[in-house]
Design a protein. Structure first.
Lengths: 507, 146
């Protein structure tokens, strides 16, 4: 078949010495920089973009992809080791990943992150190869009402899974939505919710919020419960450091399901890896025989979001490469790299530069494989970071986070804001409010709002017309059903016996 | 008062602030919903949810903390971070970083000045080398120029 021939050519090109080395260098540098808390894939890629100037287009794109994958894995490393999400799609990995680290199983979590990414990446490449044209057609049928329905469905699913009190989870999700309000309104162009403060007028950065809400409360809680010299149990045997075959078998259904889910969400323009992870996790939890193990350190809780994330990235390349439409920050940067290299992403890209297209695809696969090979041996090294005395560990985390946060917007105010959110996050935990819905709300806020406003224009202000569109109607129907379930579960008497304070995030 | 009730009151106020601020923006324009449309509804939803939470609080009181000295330490660290951010605007990042680490290790953790300095200074140096020298990130300079 045509595709296979070109894929073969692509591999040949990608394995040429200079391209292979570029990929390798990209993966290593990407991982190293991505590991630094606060520097997720997007700032990392932006910082390293100048390195690709002057290289041949193919080589520079390959290196860029390597950086991309490396940085995302680095983000997973910080999520697991320090509860610091590198970007919004790493948030879900924190939940079980960090719990596992606290239980001395960081190696397994890290290993699973690499394996899940590799697995999803492989399937993603296959999907890309086989389905790109068909998917492009599917992607076009998604209009503003479908986005609204998708986001609403995502939000209701996440709040439903967030624990016993749906009201609290919904409040948190709305809080997150509210965090997206300050700043410039995209449609009208004016500044709103500025309260006369420049800090508010430029908008509240998601990374600041995520790091504040996740990293700091974790540290504060550990300090409060205190008195232990070492907070992490570190395993002694090497075999404990990686997932076993049995672990892999157990996770296989979740891996497959999350990969497929992630890929399709990634294909939709605007469907980003974040929402893929936020859907994959609750769905994996709901499909498990022991849903309560999620949030307490189950390997599946790492496998699901990591594979969904990677698959969504591969899926996200479909609209980029076929329609020229980037679907997330990372794909937008990749588009920038392509433009700098003199390529025009779009429908003509595949026909005009098939060698390049397939070389990029092939190098993504190689990048994933390299990640696996390079990082698995590094896992013990990362895990041994946990042997540091805790006071040095957490002081270091705070210090690095402050630099990372600063470097995002060159704004000192962001550092203080992170601190404020740290205090807020700690209070939320104390009062037993789930934090993860905030992140989803803040990330989805702008997209949801704009899609909603556009939909209202399409429907002449009549919201009931949402249900006349099959895809949107179905998703909204699911959302309503989930909401109803949540209310029923909440109102049932005796549904609240014997609660303890949740000290860790339970979605 | 039960924790949930306190929280619901706080969020009710928050929701009303959001809703109020939203009314200062345009609700509907000739081309569709304005900047105030979505925030207003979200503010209202938050208020409704807060009321629901208030009315349905059933949990009995759980203690706010089990370890008062630990809580104190946590509070100090919590407040110190925004303060550190503020200090950064006067002293620059690297200097503030070193001072902050000395504060955390020497004062909060009481591990002694030697350990504090031995950790803080190399860390500051390393951060400078890594971020400014190698990655080229412009870190804020303070009055001393560091």
């Amino acid at each position: 078949m045509d595709g296979l021939y070109w894929l073969g050519q692509g591999f040949a090109l990608a394995l040429e010495p200079q391209n292979f080395i570029a990929c390798l260098a990209g993966v290593i540098v990407g991982t190293l920089v991505g590991v630094l808390p606060g520097l997720g894939p997007i700032p990392t890629m932006a910082m390293l973009l100048p390195l690709t100037f002057g290289m041949e287009p193919t080589t520079s794109l390959i290196m860029f992809c390597g950086i991309f994958y490396g940085a995302r894995f680095g983000g997973a490393v910080t999520s697991i080791l320090a509860n610091v999400p590198g970007e919004s799609s790493s948030v879900m990995t924190c939940l079980d990943g960090h719990e596992m680290a606290k239980q001395g199983r960081a190696g397994k979590a890290l290993g699973m992150a690499a394996i899940a990414s590799f697995f999803a990446g492989t399937i993603g490449v296959l999907g890309l190869m086989l389905l790109a044209p068909t998917l492009a057609n599917f992607a076009i049928s998604f209009g503003p009402p479908e986005y609204v329905a998708l986001m609403v469905m995502g939000l209701t699913l996440v709040t439903f899974m967030a624990g016993k009190s749906m009201a609290k989870a919904l409040i948190m999700a709305c809080f997150g939505l509210a965090l997206s309000f300050p700043g410039i309104d995209i449609i009208s162009g004016g500044i709103r919710f500025g309260f006369g403060q420049p800090v508010m007028q430029q908008g509240i950065s998601f990374v600041v919020v995520a790091m504040g809400l996740f990293a700091i409360p974790e540290i504060l809680e550990n300090l409060e419960e205190a008195a232990r010299a070492s907070f992490f149990q570190v395993p002694k045997k090497l075999t404990e450091l990686l997932p076993s075959r049995r672990d892999l078998r157990e996770c296989f259904p979740d891996l497959t399901r999350s990969t497929l889910l992630g890929f399709f969400i990634g294909v939709i323009p605007g469907g980003n890896p974040t929402i893929a992870t936020f859907l994959a996790y609750p769905i994996a939890k709901a499909s498990a025989k022991d849903p309560d193990s999620f949030g307490k350190g189950t390997l599946r809780g790492v496998a699901a979001p990591e594979s969904a994330d990677n698959a969504a990235c591969s899926g996200g390349l479909v609209p980029l490469l076929t329609l020229g439409v980037p679907t997330s920050g990372s794909t937008a940067l990749m588009m920038a790299a392509m433009l700098i290299a003199g390529l025009q992403p779009g429908p003509l890209l595949i026909s005009e530069h098939p060698d390049l297209f397939w070389a990029v695809i092939a190098s993504m696969y190689i990048g994933n494989a390299l990640l696996l090979v390079l990082n698995l041996p590094l896992v013990p090294l990362f895990a041994s970071l946990l042997r540091l005395p805790y006071h040095i560990f957490y002081a270091g985390i705070l210090a690095i986070c402050s630099i990372g946060v600063y470097s995002i917007g060159n704004s000192i105010a962001d550092v203080s804001m992170m601190g404020v959110f740290g205090i807020l996050g700690y209070l939320f935990r104390k009062f037993d409010f789930p934090i993860a819905p905030i992140i989803l709300g803040q990330v989805l806020g702008p997209i949801l709002e704009n899609s909603l406003r556009q939909s209202m224009v399409i429907f002449y202000g009549d919201p009931l017309l949402f249900f006349t569109r099959p895809i949107a109607g179905t998703m909204l129907g699911i959302a309503l059903a989930v909401l109803a379930l949540g209310v029923v579960r909440w109102l049932r008497p005796g549904g609240f016996g014997g609660q303890e304070i949740q000290t860790s995030v339970d979605v | 008062m039960k924790l949930d009730r306190i929280a619901s009151i706080v969020f009710f106020v928050f929701g009303s602030v959001v809703a109020y601020e939203a009314t200062t923006e345009q609700y509907m324009t000739s081309t569709g919903p304005g900047a105030g449309f979505f925030p207003l509804w979200i503010g209202i939803i938050i208020m409704v949810l807060s009321i629901t939470l208030f009315l349905t609080t059933r949990r009995s009181d759980t203690p706010f903390t089990k370890n008062r000295s630990g809580l104190l330490k946590a509070a100090v660290v919590a407040i110190s971070f925004p303060v550190y951010g503020h200090v950064m605007s006067y002293l620059g990042l690297i200097v503030s970083l070193v001072l902050y680490l000395i504060f955390l290790i020497g004062v909060v953790e009481r591990k002694g000045w030697r350990q504090a300095v031995f950790v803080a200074v190399p860390f500051g140096l390393g951060s400078y080398l890594l971020f400014e020298a190698w990655l080229g990130v412009q870190l804020p300079k303070g009055m001393i120029g560091l």
